[in-house]
Design a protein around this ligand. Structure first.
Ligand code: GLP
Length: 261
């Protein structure tokens, strides 16, 4: 696992956008994994800037979302499909239908989850998966206790996650759905490069477990320690509980340029 500590979210965004730009130039059909939440927003803004400057195009690429609430009306502004449209998909040149998410309003939920797995496989898998982390250590919506071998399925959100996400529902925790569909931990682990971003002291404990704790379903993000190519980008506050912070800084400062992110 590579740990990169940067001054702020903008510096993190620029490094991640560099890597995505490199991938899209190398192979315009690159498949991206998109996350919701506040953590990736600076990355999306930077990608939009580069698209508007004519540096990158998403016209031949595809994208898969990590998760979706169950039961939010199709036009609800916090339905993740609408969030992704607002934050990135609708601001660049993805082809119609090129961005997909699990269908939280499907009548047959298990079938919708299977179809989603099949769609990702049919696209050839995800090349670069952007991830945030919940304060309880979840990635996508894989809450503590999630099977490390899980695939896309329905999950019940913890009250901690519903409280954390109430800020997107005018502070009303009762408006946050109880259920979601989420890529499983094994689904996420199938992506070729995992790029997790976390900023702020509120993430420091989860980041400490993710990077330096034992692998455990109690801190689902720790499964990433088993991934051959996982990059964790942090600001100083999110990195504040890491034991080897100085070493990670030294490694990144001395990294051979040819390695990329
Ligand atoms: C949400 C999402 C996750 C996200 C996490 C952190 O519940 N399902 O994909 O990574 O919470 O969100 P934020 O980046 O806003 O802190």
């Amino acid at each position: 696992m590579q740990v990169v500590i940067q001054p702020d979210a903008e510096a993190i965004a620029s490094l991640v956008a560099d890597e995505i730009e490199r991938l899209l130039r190398q192979r315009p059909e690159t498949v991206l994994g998109l996350a919701t939440g506040s953590s990736p927003l600076a990355i999306y803004d930077e990608l939009v800037r580069r698209y508007e400057a004519g540096r990158i195009s998403f016209a031949r690429s595809r994208a898969f979302m990590l998760d979706e609430y169950v039961g939010l009306p199709a036009d609800h502004p916090e339905r993740y499909r609408n969030v992704i449209e607002r934050e990135i998909a609708g601001r660049v040149d993805f082809a119609p239908g090129a961005v997909q998410g699990p269908d939280g309003n499907a009548e047959d939920i298990p079938a919708a989850c299977e179809q989603y797995e099949a769609a990702i496989a049919e696209a050839g898998g995800v090349d670069l998966q952007i991830l945030g982390i919940g304060s309880d250590g979840h990635i996508a919506f894989n809450e503590p206790g999630s099977s490390l071998a899980s695939r896309t399925r329905i999950k019940t959100l913890t009250s901690q996650t519903r409280r954390d996400n109430a800020r997107f529902f005018d502070g009303d925790v009762d408006a946050v759905p109880h259920h979601c569909l989420t890529q499983g931990l094994a689904t996420i682990m199938s992506a070729r490069h995992l790029v997790l971003v976390a900023t702020g002291a509120g993430k420091a404990e989860a980041v400490h477990h993710l990077v330096e704790g034992p692998v455990s379903a109690m801190w689902p993000a720790t499964v990433m320690q088993h991934h051959p190519r996982a990059t964790v980008l942090l600001d100083a506050a999110a990195a504040s509980r890491l034991q080897l912070g100085d070493y990670y800084r030294e490694v990144f400062a001395n990294k051979p340029a040819w390695q990329g992110l």
